[in-house]
Design a protein around this ligand. Structure first.
Ligand SMILES: Cc1ncc(COP(=O)(O)O)c(C=O)c1O
Length: 392
């Protein structure tokens, strides 16, 4: 299956050479019944794997009651989800939408209205070089990779970039117009770049001192991916605005923007909205997903499998001069190679695993949180075959 034989689809993803027909647990199957270990989870979405029984049961039960009622009406499901997310994250209120991009748009709109309150007439939001915040016009302007915005001028104004992990870059770029700093705690699309010790704490302190809002984009790193429900919970700080999406409903479209303190009560009726955001079906599935992720066994497993994979890959590539680095936190893992290899994804597929490759040289692994020791070993031996013995 290639883009050439799907003319009715806009060619935004290039050739697709695998037809996926069904999924079960950490595996997906093609039309010939071939099995692939899904070490990508739909890009950090299917944290509980495919066809998870609790998710299926909730879908069936809720679909029979009601799938969607407009946000003009109250539903228990949405209220319960808002309360649960706020209590987990230490935040005060939530806006629900359908994707990470929309969650970040919400954060940007809140920051701009907060700027009006502070009488800042041309507010700026600082984001990091190499960051990724989504594909809407505001988010491609916010994101720190030029390739996402270069074909789509004019840019949305009001964003400047700082160097991730360099606190002096924030100090240097700060002006009185800066109203918020928006960062991914771990840069995902940027290649699984981890924050240096205390970097984000220093950012938090600077935001406190200057009165600008700290927005953390946990669209990818949230929902158990790093071994805590949100990555920031391992960093001893709390953002003013928190966004998440991807893994929250295990494949049903969802996004959430959470606020607290100065960022709370900025938006008023009429300022923002969403037709589908947080509908009853999505909300009930998200509640089920959260319950599964919050089981201590799930988060402990994420840490365990992450350690197993990173240790095993480090050992496998110890003497491999093609491998520059193996790094990760929880089940957000990268293998960085020195050179580019255009066919790594296809090679992995031929070896029975689905991976993502960034810039042709960073293998990104985002396997389901329910991975077992044996499945972690399966990922490592496939990658070791491809990278060590695969005549790269
Ligand atoms: C950190 C981060 N923010 C935002 C987004 C955009 O999310 P979506 O594709 O759901 O709009 C992504 C998607 O990869 C992401 O990784």
């Amino acid at each position: 299956m290639t883009a050439d034989n799907c003319p009715a689809l806009m060619n935004t993803y290039g050739a697709r050479n695998l037809k996926i027909c069904r999924g079960e647990g950490v595996y997906v199957f093609d039309e010939h019944g071939n099995r692939y270990l899904d070490a990508l989870s739909g890009i950090a979405v299917n944290g509980l794997g495919h066809s998870h029984p609790a998710v299926l049961a909730t879908i069936e039960l809720q679909a029979k009651k009601i799938i969607h009622a407009s946000n003009l009406y109250y539903t228990d499901s949405q209220q319960k989800l808002a309360e649960k997310l706020c209590s987990i994250a230490g935040m005060e209120s939530v806006f629900f939408c359908n994707s990470g991009s929309e969650a970040n748009e919400t954060a940007i709109k809140i920051s701009r209205k907060y700027a009006m309150k502070r009488e800042i007439s041309s507010p700026k939001i600082l984001t990091a070089f190499n960051s990724f915040h989504g594909r809407s016009l505001a988010n491609i302007s916010a994101s720190g990779k030029a390739k996402y915005r270069d074909n789509f001028f004019p840019r949305v104004e009001g964003f400047d970039h700082i160097v991730f992990n360099d606190i002096n870059s924030l100090y240097d770029q700060y002006t009185d117009d800066v109203v918020a700093v928006m960062l991914e705690p771990i840069q995902g699309e940027g290649g699984v770049i981890l924050p240096d010790n205390d970097y984000l704490k220093a950012v938090r302190e600077f935001c406190d001192k200057t009165g600008c809002l700290l927005i953390l984009d946990e669209v990818q790193s949230g929902n158990g991916r790093t071994g805590s429900f949100f990555a920031f919970q391992q960093l001893n700080l709390t953002p003013d605005i928190l966004t998440t999406a991807k893994g929250l409903a295990n494949g049903l479209p969802v996004g959430a923007c959470l606020v607290r303190g100065a960022a709370k009560d900025i938006l008023s009726p009429g300022d923002h909205g969403s037709t589908f955001g947080g509908n009853s079906l999505v909300a009930e599935v998200a509640l089920t997903v959260i319950d599964e992720i919050m089981k201590p066994s799930t988060l402990t497993n994420v840490k365990r499998q992450g350690r197993l994979i990173v240790d095993s890959l480090k050992e496998a590539f110890l003497n491999n001069l093609k491998v520059k680095d193996v790094r990760g936190i929880g089940l957000m893992i990268a293998i960085e190679l020195f050179d580019e290899y255009p066919d790594l994804m296809e090679r992995a597929q031929a070896n029975g695993i689905l991976i993502n490759v960034i810039d042709k040289k960073i293998v990104r692994l985002l396997p389901p949180l329910i991975l077992t020791d044996a499945q972690a070993a399966e990922i490592c031996s496939a990658l070791s075959r491809i990278i060590n013995d695969g005549a790269l």
